[in-house]
Design a protein around this ligand. Structure first.
Ligand code: NAP
Length: 347
């Protein structure tokens, strides 16, 4: 009996090699294009229990900067001279797994390459009828789940709250502002870099007030936007914005420590928060990893798909075209070249 991986006279030839982006050198400070290399490699054999996927979309994410360094963290460092990895979507083009036939769309973690041979357990079929596929890397992916978990569990929003969100025009932040509103926040304030992004916060992402952190005096801008203080802060940035948020916190306020991008490239950075103020105001600061919320992923996707369909959730994507543009997209997400989710479309 012929299985789907066996070429025949009419079937298109399957690829035997794949172009990949490798880590060519570890960066010192901000990465550059020289830290990456585009390399062609032979694909492993499609043995029983595996699928061959042609990647169609991949995600670039700020946390990947940490994996470029050779130091212990919650994920192992990327290997020098090997393909990077990260969230991606693709179409199965050959299969030796009965439950995942050719044509299935899957999400998986073997991004940064054209093709991937994957064990069945490493791929999750996605339903393209629920929403456009790329949303599974954004609002319906770990991006959206991060925002949701931060505002429902880590620093829960209560009806009537004033909520502050940094990196608000980015992937997590653009979704988070709208989720905060859906959870009953009375006033949602976002910060972003530059007037184009702050305008977008107001016009597109449902924010009530916007702060341009690059214009300076973040404390003064936040005081003007929230004269009575804030109840919840979703921190993606660390440094000065975290310090200012602690100062603006009302008693028993809640802070979700989601990221600290202002320090990802090293350097001394701005002074951190005054934790004695946090103590005397009984403010909670709680870290989070989205992986801890994977048990509620399915439930979240159902909810967020409804929000996308009924217009509660509006999204933007910044799309770079082609695998060779993936390093530029990654450097861009670190420097603010994106609005909404930064994505790379492959082929
Ligand atoms: P993103 O917000 O789409 O992109 C990063 C944004 O950070 C840039 O667009 C830029 O926007 C801003 N930025 C860069 N340098 C900055 C600086 N020095 N000060 C202030 N803002 C700066 O990225 P994302 O994927 O949504 O991630 C947002 C944050 O959440 C990151 O810190 C990420 O590591 C974190 N995260 C954490 C988890 C978790 O499990 N804990 C999961 C996902 C994401 P501007 O143009 O506005 O500067």
């Amino acid at each position: 009996m012929q299985n789907q991986a066996t070429p025949n006279a009419t079937a298109p030839r399957l690829p035997t090699t794949s172009w990949e982006i490798h880590l060519a050198a570890r960066p010192t400070g901000a990465p550059t294009a020289t830290n990456f290399a585009l390399v062609e490699r032979a694909l492993p054999e499609l043995t029983e229990g595996r699928i061959l996927v042609r990647n169609t979309w991949m995600s670039v994410d700020p946390y990947m900067r940490g994996r470029m360094d050779d130091r212990p963290s919650y994920l192992p460092p990327f290997e020098l001279g090997a393909a990077l990895e990260g969230s991606a979507l693709g179409t199965v083009i050959a299969s030796r797994v009965a439950e995942i036939p050719v044509g299935t769309m899957v999400s998986h973690f073997a991004g940064w390459r054209e093709y991937a041979v994957l064990d069945a357990a490493a791929a999750t079929p996605i339903d393209p009828d629920v929403a456009d596929a790329h949303h599974y890397l954004g609002a319906l992916g770990t991006t959206g789940l991060t925002a949701y978990a931060a505002l429902t569990d880590v620093a829960p929003v209560r009806p009537g709250d004033t909520v502050f969100i940094s990196a608000a025009a980015g992937a997590v932040g653009s979704v988070a502002g709208q989720i905060a509103k859906a959870l009953g926040a009375a006033r949602v304030i976002g910060s972003a870099g530059g007037p184009v992004k702050t305008e977008l916060l107001l016009q597109e992402f449902g924010y009530d007030a916007a702060i341009d952190y690059r214009a300076g005096d973040v404390a003064g801008q936040l005081a003007a936007a929230a004269p009575e203080g804030i109840d919840v802060y979703l921190d993606s940035v660390g440094g000065e914005q975290l310090r200012v948020a602690v100062e603006a916190m009302r008693p028993k306020g809640r802070i979700a420590l989601v990221g600290a991008i202002s320090g990802y490239n090293g350097g001394t950075g701005a002074a951190g928060p005054d934790l004695y103020q946090a103590a005397t105001k009984e403010v909670s600061l709680r870290g989070m990893l989205v992986t801890s919320y994977f048990p509620i992923f399915g439930e979240y996707i159902g909810k967020a798909a409804g929000w996308l369909a009924d217009g509660t959730l509006r999204t933007r994507e910044t799309v770079y075209e082609g695998l060779e543009q993936a390093p530029a997209a990654f450097l861009g997400v670190l420097s603010g070249a994106n609005t909404g989710k930064m994505l790379v479309r492959l082929g």
